[in-house]
Design a protein around this ligand. Structure first.
Ligand code: RP5
Length: 199
């Protein structure tokens, strides 16, 4: 297990075994800082890290605790399954799963938890990620995966934050503030666009 933020390091300085096992019953929910639920982030390979970094950057800015793992639906199916089975009792509120090519990770995670699962299809060496997009998005009825754009790490994090913000007014206010800042940046570009065309 590894984390990207010093602040969050304190919250998750505990053995990885605490998040493993197969019994989903009988354990207290372990929340992150401020009683906020954690975001679980799983990637199929460390080669997906640049996409995941876009997500962790957003979560760090929003002060949301997260935990990152490399588990593959195909190469380490037992670990991926155990993580999903134990995610709720381990204090996770949402899981983000990123994978490329035959991208079954988000679906395999969703099959073993009723927490919301957000899938990120990662661009691979063929089809520009269309293979991963279809593998992630085309879930059978009953096992939903909310799929973001190919390489959409930032939006995955923002969607996860919005899910947590349903029950968290402080986080909702941070998201509103971010939207306002983003809109102001676009309007600033609008104001300067004529001058750029003339130069
Ligand atoms: C997928 O296969 C991973 O999510 C990754 O996107 C892709 C390639 O993995 P590596 O061969 O780079 O480990 O399972």
């Amino acid at each position: 297990m590894f984390v990207f933020s010093d602040k969050i390091m304190v919250v998750f300085k505990r053995p990885a075994e605490e998040c493993s096992g197969t019994d989903p019953e009988g354990a207290a929910v372990k929340n992150g800082g401020n009683g906020m639920k954690k975001i679980g982030i799983v990637m199929g390979s460390d080669s997906d890290l640049p996409v995941i970094k876009k997500a962790t950057d957003q979560l760090t800015r929003l002060g949301i605790p997260f935990e990152v793992h490399v588990y593959s639906a195909h190469r380490t199916p037992v670990e991926a399954r155990d993580f999903a089975l134990n995610a709720r009792k381990a204090g996770f509120g949402v899981i983000i799963a990123a994978a490329g090519m035959a991208a079954h990770l988000a679906g395999a995670i969703a099959a073993n938890t009723t927490l919301p699962v957000i899938g990120i299809p990662c661009q691979g060496p063929v089809m520009d990620g269309l293979d991963a997009l279809l593998s992630t998005v085309q879930m059978p009825t009953g096992i939903p995966v909310a799929t973001v754009a190919v390489n959409g790490g930032a939006n995955a994090a923002l969607l996860a934050a919005q899910i947590l913000a349903v029950e968290d007014a402080e986080l909702a206010a941070k998201l509103d503030e971010k939207r306002a800042k983003d809109a102001a940046a676009v309007l600033e570009k609008d104001a300067g666009i004529a001058a750029r065309l003339e130069s």
